[in-house]
Design a protein around this ligand. Structure first.
Ligand code: GDP
Length: 296
């Protein structure tokens, strides 16, 4: 297990005791350690560089007040900047649309889209008292349609049938029509994923977006993806106007640096974190707590 950033910085903190100001050389030494910590947490290199530049600007010349020493001040600047980069307050699901509010789920295969769709359904039923319908537009994997049916039941929501011989756009239109006629508040649309970025898949999800005009387009990404999360995020951001991110598998042992990369690349807030395989394993993303985890 790598030592925590606080441990790594403690020797630097000691040498700065009694100083009234943070000097350029203090900052350089500290930022070298912060850079290492972020890279170990799998934050993408360009994202690390930007972050370090911002912290440097904030830290240089900063007065040291009260009982804190420059090292402690720097650690707190890093932590605050990290939390600010990953989020601003609580970003819940936006349902401000003529019902049904449509939520489109996007992401690679295996990211956790189907599981997250059901988790969100449960969240919206229990916390927001909504009537929720789910549908799968994944016509390539019949098992994915069945999986959504099973988890939707567990969530206590309703499931709209679809079949592999249908076109995704037709499924979307039929589900939308059903949701309208039966007064559903929310329609959650699960989509096909591939193991890697694929132009045909992107064209398909763009068409679904144009058909459904969703109030939320959520990018679901596996926190364990580490460095690769950046490329995936960039491709989905270019294809779709993303409104939020769900970071799954945070119960794994990754340091979750993907949060920082994905937030920066998509510009969309991280709304939820997946914290188990179970249907209730969804938490509202807490940027401050996550900052502590990333730094270790
Ligand atoms: P999809 O292909 O994007 O629809 O992904 P799935 O929803 O089928 O999820 C892929 C695998 O990841 C399944 O085994 C899920 O149980 C698992 N999974 C999804 N979210 C989480 C999570 O937050 N934590 C853990 N541990 N497993 C998850």
């Amino acid at each position: 297990m790598a030592s925590t950033l606080t441990d790594r910085l403690s020797h630097l903190v000691k040498t700065m005791r009694g100083q009234a100001r943070i000097t350029e050389s203090n900052v350089q030494d500290m930022l070298r350690e912060v850079r290492m910590a972020l890279l170990e947490a799998d934050v993408a290199l360009p994202v690390v560089r930007d972050f370090i530049a911002r912290v440097k600007d904030k830290a240089l010349g900063q007065e040291v007040v009260g009982s804190l020493n420059p090292g402690q001040v720097l650690v707190s600047i890093v932590q605050k900047e990290l939390a600010a980069t990953m989020g601003e307050g609580v970003a819940d699901i936006n349902l401000a649309a003529q019902p049904p509010a449509v939520i489109l789920m996007a992401g690679l295969q295996g990211a956790g889209k189907t599981t997250t769709t059901a988790k969100l359904a449960k969240h919206l039923i229990e916390r927001r008292k909504k009537k929720v319908l789910t549908v799968s537009a994944d016509v390539y994997r019949p098992a994915a349609i069945e999986q959504l049916k099973t988890v939707t039941r567990q969530a206590g929501a309703e499931w709209f049938p679809s079949a592999p011989d249908q076109k995704p756009r037709d499924i979307a239109l039929a589900a939308l029509d059903h949701a309208k006629r039966h007064y559903f508040d929310v329609l959650l649309v699960d989509t096909a994923g591939r193991l890697a970025i694929d132009e045909a898949l992107m064209a398909e999800i763009r068409e679904l977006h144009a058909t459904l005009n969703p109030v939320e387009t959520l990018f679901v990404v596996d926190a364990m993806q580490g460095q690769d999360a950046v490329n995936t995020a960039r491709a989905f951001k270019e294809a779709l106007p993303l409104t939020g991110v769900v970071l799954t598998k945070l119960d794994g042992d990754s340091r979750g640096g993907a949060a920082l990369s994905v937030r920066q690349v998509t510009g969309a807030p991280i709304k939820f974190a997946g914290v188990s395989e179970k249907i209730d394993g969804l938490e509202v993303f807490d940027a401050e707590r996550h900052a502590g985890r990333v730094l270790g």
